[in-house]
Design a protein around this ligand. Structure first.
Ligand code: SF4
Length: 80
């Protein structure tokens, strides 16, 4: 019996109505979030494998650190 790998992936999603555009999330998850010229987050849309624990932790950090609770992590099944 081998070690079971975590299948699937995740994407970090922003609710643009709640977002204040100060770009705090880009500091908390710089690999996943960049800010546009107005300070609003531009998030990587390609699913990230759940096995990428560093990226997952970084996304969780951003979700917890968002002052407007505008971020959420959504699981997807087709990460490569
Ligand atoms: S931390 Fe939250 S409120 Fe601030 S820019 Fe990012 S998503 Fe928007």
């Amino acid at each position: 019996m081998g070690v079971r790998r975590r299948a699937g992936g995740f994407v970090l999603l922003v609710n643009p109505i709640l977002c204040d555009g100060f770009g705090h999330c880009a500091e908390l998850a710089p690999d996943l979030v960049h800010v546009d010229e107005w300070g609003y987050p531009v998030i990587v849309t390609e699913p990230v494998p759940l096995a990428n624990l560093a990226a997952l932790e970084s996304a969780r950090y951003a979700v917890r650190g968002c002052p407007r609770q505008a971020l959420r992590i959504e699981r997807v099944s087709d990460a490569h």
